[in-house]
Design a protein around this ligand. Structure first.
Ligand code: HEM
Length: 98
């Protein structure tokens, strides 16, 4: 149920809407600190969370400096819940050099 509760995220809970976080995590979760924990919580919270977030930011920035991205027409939207939510058939992206 974590990250999938419509009472927290709204009826469009399963839609990919990164703009939910535009005004920060506290606002997106109605100030509910246990509603969003992609790196776990407590004593065993992910030891690599800061590294992972920085790595993701640097990687995304480097890609966006060089390419524009469009979703391939062949993409099939099929979120698959596991430990993390994953696209069942991958995400086919077309990269156009800027
Ligand atoms: C987006 C990337 C990542 C996500 C979403 C993620 C998520 C998680 C989650 C959910 C846990 C379990 C926390 C718990 O049991 O409450 C965990 C544990 C852990 N993660 Fe990550 N992780 C990521 C990247 C990394 C990286 C890059 C490293 C190391 C460089 C790392 C090292 C660890 C370690 C060592 C633990 C075990 C912590 C413990 O049991 O004390 N993780 N991670």
């Amino acid at each position: 149920m974590i990250h999938h509760d419509p009472k927290i995220w709204g009826e469009d809970v399963h839609a990919f809407k990164p703009e939910r976080f535009l005004d920060g995590i506290a606002k997106a979760t109605n100030n509910n600190p246990t509603a969003f924990m992609p790196f776990g919580m407590g004593h065993h919270i992910c030891a690599g969370s800061n590294f992972a977030i920085n790595e993701a930011k640097i990687t995304i920035a480097m890609i966006l400096q060089r390419y524009s991205l469009t979703l391939s027409p062949g993409y099939v939207h099929a979120p698959h819940p596991g430990l993390t939510l994953r696209p069942a058939y991958g995400i086919q992206i077309i990269l156009n050099a800027l």
